[in-house]
Design a binder for this molecule. Structure first.
Ligand code: PXG
Length: 466
């Protein structure tokens, strides 16, 4: 990035700090530095006002699965806006894109055992969708004559959004600190992070069973009759790309079955091809009752989210529920749904799900896991097109950097200054690139990551921190 931006850029930066309160941002610090102003994007790249190009290995924010600049999506939005840009679905009306999308999504969610999805409830984001989940879960148990089942169990470092319910279901300590969260009725168990929490001599599979056991312990602690649901991401995304051991999900399924509680699979990041499946529960073989989706359903081109409502909940709600007093102005937004349909067409036509599951995913995984050879990298793993590595001070002893070093932020700065967008979560560096990446794009990405790691190592050495 150029040291001193143009006067035009500086003018935008000044307006930005005068008026725009950014999400998850230290506003005073940003005002001192000035935000980078992004102006255009194409394929896997984004450009700023200074003409600098960056490879966007985070797909916007885990969402631009089909890449940037897809005319088909702009055309779909234009057509729908000129026909019926918006109409509500509250008062006995519907619209064709919302109906077609619901049916299409139902068709894409595979039936596993008695787990079957015929219905969709729409929102405009992942956070709203998880608020909907809380409403649905509580309504379900009321209708089942068990209104005492109110408690929802989530996980430490899980991310389920930023509304009161979303932030509460999530397990981010920094979010809970602000605003007296979580709200009552939400409990958390620890995350299945083997590198961090595995005991010496314990195998990954043994650890997976132990980590799932924390759910059973929490259910017993709360009282099985009070627990309504467990919510989790198939692979924790914002928590640092924590890929669970293969034993974890089957054991979670056994436990939720044993206690009859609902299972919510928050697939806001993991669905729509990211893990090589339309929906991620299929990959891990579990049977959710509710699935949260958002982001890549439209590849982020317009906001849309929702909940896939499994038959256990949907049938009860429909048969016994009467009016469900919940919904959003934009539930079933025709333009958003039309863009989603065009996006699903693109994913299908370009075989993106199969590409991630097949050769390209294997190539990505092989190249990413090779990063473990770098002196700074303690472990590097991927699952489909999400990947995370941990930066360590000493590989042998697994010694980590002191949090005051903020090693992830050092690495992120070197990425950002050298043409790569990669996220830092504590001492973990993570990527979730667009699914359209070619083998050559993957090679370029890996080269940029290595370069950033080398620059980070050089800086740490020069500061006598390594
Ligand atoms: N669930 C999951 C699993 C998510 O990843 C949400 C819900 C909330 O979605 P909305 O659309 O309300 O933002 C998310 C969002 C990050 C980051 O820094 C991740 C998300 C959002 C913002 C930042 O990795 N995920």
């Amino acid at each position: 990035m150029t040291a001193s931006p143009s006067t035009e850029t500086q003018a935008v930066q000044a307006l930005d700090s005068a008026h725009f309160l950014h999400p998850f941002t230290d506003h005073a610090a940003l005002a001192r530095k000035g935000a980078r102003v992004m102006v255009k994007a194409k394929g896997i790249y984004v450009w700023d006002t200074e003409g600098e190009r960056v490879l966007d290995a985070m797909s916007g924010l885990w969402c631009v699965n089909v890449g940037y600049g897809r005319k088909e999506l702009a055309d779909a939005a234009y057509q729908q806006m000129m026909t019926l840009p918006f109409y509500n679905a509250f008062f006995q009306t519907t619209n064709e894109p919302a109906v077609r999308l619901a049916a299409r999504l139902a068709g894409l969610a595979p039936q596993v055992g008695d787990c079957h999805f015929d219905h969709v409830f729409y929102s405009s984001s992942g956070s709203e969708s998880n608020d909907t989940n809380v409403r649905l879960v509580r309504r379900y148990w009321d209708l089942m004559g068990q209104p005492q089942r109110k408690v929802i169990i989530g996980r430490i470092n899980g991310y389920h959004g930023s509304t009161m319910a979303g932030a509460s279901l999530g397990g981010m300590a920094s979010m809970h600190e602000q605003g007296d969260l979580p709200i009552p009725g939400i409990e958390h168990i620890d995350q299945p992070y083997f590198y961090d929490k595995g005991k010496p001599g314990e195998s990954e599979d043994e650890f997976g069973l132990r980590a799932a056991g924390w759910l059973e312990a929490k259910i017993k602690e709360v009282g099985p009759q009070k627990v309504a649901a467990f919510i989790a991401e198939p692979v924790q995304g914002a928590g640092g790309v924590i890929i669970p051991p293969s034993t974890y999900w089957p054991e979670i399924q056994r436990i939720v079955d044993k206690y009859g509680i609902l299972l919510i699979s928050d697939e806001v990041i993991c669905a729509f091809g990211r893990l090589g499946h339309w929906f991620a529960y299929e990959k891990f073989g579990y049977r959710p009752d509710l699935i949260t989706f958002a982001k890549a359903v439209t590849s982020g081109y317009v906001p849309l989210g929702g909940v896939m409502v499994g038959n256990r909940v949907a049938q009860t709600l429909i048969a016994k529920g009467g009016e469900f007093n919940h919904g959003y102005t934009y539930s079933g937004h025709p333009t958003a749904c039309a863009v989603a349909l065009a996006n699903l067409d693109l994913i299908e036509r370009e075989n993106l799900v199969a590409r991630v599951k097949g050769e390209l995913g294997s190539y990505f995984s092989q190249r990413f896991s090779a990063l473990v050879e770098h002196p700074l990298v303690g472990a590097a793993q991927s699952c489909g097109f999400v990947a995370g590595l941990v930066l360590v001070k000493d590989k042998k002893s697994k010694k980590r950097f002191d949090s005051s070093v903020d090693v992830g932020m050092i690495c992120r700065r070197h990425c950002f200054d050298n043409g790569l967008i990669m996220r830092a979560v504590g001492d973990r560096m993570i990527v979730a690139p667009p699914l359209i990446m070619s083998q050559a794009d993957i090679d370029e990405l890996m080269g940029l990551i290595r370069q950033a790691l080398d620059l980070t190592l050089a800086e740490l050495k020069s500061r006598h921190l390594f």
